[in-house]
Design a protein around this ligand. Sequence first.
Ligand SMILES: Cc1cc2nc3c(=O)[nH]c(=O)nc-3n(C[C@H](O)[C@H](O)[C@H](O)COP(=O)(O)OP(=O)(O)OC[C@H]3O[C@@H](n4cnc5c(N)ncnc54)[C@H](O)[C@@H]3O)c2cc1C
Length: 407
Amino acid sequence: MQTDYDILIIGGGMVGASLAVALRPLPLRIGLIEAVEFESNAQPSYDDRTIALSFGSKRIFDTLGVWERLESGGATPIHKIHISDRGHFGFARLDRADAGVEALGWVVENRALGQALKHALAETANLTVFCPASMEDVEFGADAATVSVRRGEHIDRLSARLVVAADGGRSLVREQAGIDAHRTEYRQTALVTNVTTEQPHANVAYERFTESGPLAFLPMSAGRCAVVWSLPPDQVESLLALDDAAFLARLQERFGLRLGRFLKVGRRAAYPLAHTQVSETVRPRLALIGNAAHTVHPVAGQGFNLGLRDVAALAEILGDAQRDARDLGELALLQQYADWRRRDVSVISTFTNSLVRVFSNDFAPLGIARNLGLVAVDLLPPAKRALLRLSMGLAGRLPRLARGLLL
Ligand SMILES: Cc1cc2nc3c(=O)[nH]c(=O)nc-3n(C[C@H](O)[C@H](O)[C@H](O)COP(=O)(O)OP(=O)(O)OC[C@H]3O[C@@H](n4cnc5c(N)ncnc54)[C@H](O)[C@@H]3O)c2cc1C
């Protein structure tokens, strides 16, 4: 059966758009359907946030030819990470020198990532971007999947060998396929903003665990730090209601004077946080990637990095299958992707959930144990190496793109 496309990607957020870019060297007909224009203020993926890209993710973007634009768009290297437990003795330091690399990661503004990906998509000859256009309905048949796409008043029905769901944590594709998603609220909301600090950040990222939730300061361009402050939802509401001066005073009280006084604050936004685990990531003619396949707490800055490794693994499997003239929607093929990604997703989910649970607990013996844990990471080279590999996105089996190799 002849189909309109080989692959239809639903969702052109940072993960879906990255997949479209990764697939561009392959002689495939690809369609990308995105509901909200990339530059729109309503864009849920390319918004005011920043992303801490791991060393491994930087390598993937380098291989895809996207990195140069991100670098000139203000990507800021992280040279050191300082992890501490507010009011307790323990802390751990990770340094690029420990890993022998130029940076442990980079902080990139989501909007800059959107622009870099949009530019790369525009250079892709075998790709059709439908935007703004919403997937309304999907049916999976024996030889093809059929997707109904709304553009204004107009509805198209498009067929493909494979549908990739990259439509985020509340994935409609996943729901229509009848795949169960178990969502557990963390009962924390992330308050996201940026601050200009009196003293330069010197490319240090701070992760400070406090009794109400983790507070991260990430080095950013123009003397700013990106702030991700996870708190109980009612506290976030009252912080959002404060004027800038009162908000900065509260933030300063939590973070301390390590970066001097806070001079200026950017726009504030709130994101309720949940962990999502899905029962399956593939079905015949369907693969789930990014937040459609898993959501994790932003405490360790791993969600997108995990999604980008989904992209690199799926692209590699599809590239090999295309060369072998296999059906790209065949379950046995997609199962290779599911098997490959299972362990990484499980390790990162367990790691982030443990951080949130252990560090949000006031139980005194647990407080001592976690501080001893931080000291151990600081002093014991094997513990430090393991944490470095995990946070740099270099643990487990790496896809070709993460090793600097083409598909
Ligand atoms: C506060 C916060 C901080 C974070 N910090 C980090 C970090 O430092 N490092 C990190 O790695 N990760 C971080 N993350 C996680 C990261 O934001 C997500 O992992 C990432 O956004 C997932 O991208 P995605 O493309 O899978 O999904 P999304 O970003 O949700 O994008 C989904 C896209 O699909 C589109 N869409 C949805 N439904 C349809 C439809 N029916 N038809 C067409 N299009 C549709 C949407 O418009 C959207 O563009 C953070 C998350 C939060 C909340």
